[in-house]
Design a protein around this ligand. Sequence first.
Ligand code: SAH
Length: 257
Amino acid sequence: MKITIIGAGPGDPDLITVKGLKLLQEADVVMYADSLVSTELIERAKPNAEVIKTAGMHLEEMVALMVDRVQKNKKVVRVHTGDPAVYGATMEQIALLHKEGIKVDIIPGVSSVFAAAAAVGAELTIPDLTQTVILTRAEGRTPVPDTEKLRDLAKHHCTVALFLSATLTKKIVKEFLDAGWSEKTPVAVVYKATWPDQKILRSTLERLDEDMKANGMRKQAMILAGWALDEQIHNKDYRSKLYDKAFTHGFRKGVKE
Ligand code: SAH
């Protein structure tokens, strides 16, 4: 007995993986969070598939449905937005399903963090500038462990991607400034990345709160902060070792000038 969790990607139905789409098309039962996954994608399921919207359900209700359908020998898939591994709340479903003797396979998806980076044309790891990306969230109703406070994470001065934080911009800005970031640090925000109503905002720490308010970005936004988001990055001379003429690696011998 098995169910499959599929990463749907960030919105655009074409951004699901080939493997994810095949499994969706073969499924007898498709469960999905209707506020976050495109209905156009779900319409690619078999015409007679049972489609269940889960946005209004609690965990036990959802799992009971999955167990019931699997026990009736149905192929069940659960479609999650982006990649299921980040803020997907998959672990609690998997724990309950395991207790019922049901195995869970996971098919990865394109996370909104990468869809947002693509939308703004950014590389999040710029040689000599930053080689690290922190995926996190600001603390709101959901607590964040003490050792992971934004102001501590920000001390690394790397690229920081903030999920689930669009209503917490005042707090975010304060934490970054407390960590020593300059007010001029570039911040790119992508609202509904890859959806038809996607919006891109280029801002800085000092303007972020105001700009987001003015643009009505208060949900489904990915906030990318750090100098890797500098719109002028192409005019600055950052080069990776990988393509550097003088650098030797497994596939190429460097040449001395
Ligand atoms: N597993 C998902 C994240 C789910 S948490 C993923 O990998 O993307 C929901 C948060 O993800 C939202 O609050 C927002 O910060 C971000 N998000 C999800 N889809 C988005 C999109 N299309 N554009 C921008 N941000 C998105």
